[in-house]
Design a protein around this ligand. Sequence first.
Ligand code: SF4
Length: 719
Amino acid sequence: MKTLRQIEYKPAKVVGGYTDRILRVDLGTQEITIQELPPDFKDKYVGGRGYALKLIWDGTTRETHYDSPENILVMASGPLGNEPAFPGTSKFIVGTISPMTDTFIDSNIGGHFGPLLKLAGFDALAVSGISKENVVILIDGDAQTISIAAAPAYDRETDEGALSFGQRLLKDVNGGEYSDSLAAVTAGQGACNARFGIINSLFFDIRRKRIRSKQAGRGGTGTVMRHKGLRGIVARSSLSKVNGNNAIDKEGVRQAGSRLKAVISKCDPQQLGMSIWGTTGLSEYMDKFHIFPINNYQYGQSPESSKLFANVFLDKYFSKKIPDGCYYGCNLACAKGAENVELTRGPRAGRAVDIDGPEYETVGAVSSMGIFDPHFVMEYSWYCDEYGIDAISTGVTISFFMECLQRGFLSADDVGYELTFGNIQAADRLLHEIASGKGFGKIVGQGVARGKKWVAEKYAARNGTSEDAAMAELNKFGMEVKGLEFSMYITKESLAQQGGYGLALKGPQHDEAWLIFIDQVHKELPTLEHKANALKWFPLIRTWFNATGLCKLPWIDVRNPEAAKTSEPAKNLPTLAYYVAYLNATTGSNKKLEDILDDSERLYILQKLINLRHGKGTRASDQIPLRAMGPAYFNEYEARAEYYDEWLQQQLGDNKAPASPEQRHKLLMEKRFEAYQQLCDIVYEKKGFTSEGIPKRETVEKFCLMDEQARQLLSESGV
Ligand code: SF4
């Protein structure tokens, strides 16, 4: 590789989880700088998501779009990332202005890149500018150099996707051998052609003896990366990962970690069994409770779903005896994978590949297309990762267009072929067209929000109706909010999860508030007040996980038996106490849970201000499609009529429901709409927002965020 620019540096030592340094790379000018942070920066902005938010708030404007040179691609872990003594410390955040939502997006990702970036001396990497040619960045803590290099020649070989390129790159920079001292992030060709490009995080798994990958899937971070001309980034450090954070109280870290590990070992096999099944174990639960997306979320259950249950993947594909953590020390070990799976479709048909996953979300994306073929799930998973496109947005957008054909908004002539639910050939063809930017894939690669506009225009011109009328209909079943496609949970029967998706600052991704399990399955949020409280509390604690570099699954997916003795078992507070202890032992702080929630709320409000700046911060942006509130069409109502009739009767009290099923359906949807608006009102109040969903001045001041930009923004918003 030809080096274009290189600097030498002395890696900062990690102390108490931080290096107090950010690496800044401007790809337009090829300038590489090291920014020393004032000691109080971390106190206010904590880490991962916080650093990304602050850099975007200060360094971009409302005119900044995903493809603007000044847009910043931030990668940062946080003070608690990188500690094998504690489970789930591999996570880092990718934050930027999104091509999907046109506002701040962050996507969390596992693997070794975050830990190695920190060991190489940086709390965060911030990339701005646009390179004229494809480049890679090499952060070499061992050689003490940081380089921008021309992307190697194999970048241009058509066969090299995000995974293949990353595998070759990792060998290339290490004398032809893999090592767990190196990790890479890459973006693929699909990210150049679709707005929902992902970033792959590649690392060497010493147990499987191969490169494995995890993904920052949501919101088009890979599209930003490729637009910058950035093909890959490698981080290297041979420093020991054990006690890599140089914790202030090492024994405290060890104790907190071993307590959490003990709970996981004891409870996970009896609960969700993530260590056995991976996240595919969720398919069966979701199907049982009518939450599994079928045919673009029309139905939550299917007689065919069992073909996609975890036992199928475990028996046929997963290596059963290998614990599959995405970082050292995670005994929840949910990152399942398979070797030598033969591809039967697409341009690589006939090739045997190693596949990481599938995750539950990928399974749900395929069932949403009405497809129940496990081998197609495996292939779809691999192709999405290799092309570098989001398996969720890809599946949801294809499903949306399938429904456009079902309901007569489009015909096969518009697509070029019969794009019907359950049609594997059509879905497979479209997947490759999206990645290559060809045929109908050019339209689908723009996502649901832009797809709706395209269909509305076409439909209105053809039928002599208004675009607004067509759009109103498409808004019922186009499964997006703020421009981001829903992740794979049907919310029709969970008001709390409707809020979890609608009010999520980044758009409907469950990592801000995954309440469906505690609301719909465990029935732990029985009243509107419970649901609203959960919509305040859970996003804050989840923000903290994203700020500190931690995986949430050991907390949220393994219920500590001691939680049953508390007044709010869903919060799993006994386990959270281990996390608080881990934080204090690492950083030397003396925080309580309330302090942590305050730290998170500051970041939450800052993210809300960025949304406001980019036109996505008001009540209008929190509205969800009718289908997310209930059965948008009569066929959906009919499939669960008993449940819906009972719910309607509860709302009506002593008044009688209409005799006609059509009238009941209509009234039901009116009541569902009212319930969602009522929920928004209460949640806004609890969060310190106006009824329009805008933070009040005192809320912004409380968290010391009232700078000139915030003051002007609130004035313009009439607050
Ligand atoms: S629980 Fe799964 S995703 Fe989370 S750190 Fe462990 S292996 Fe990775």
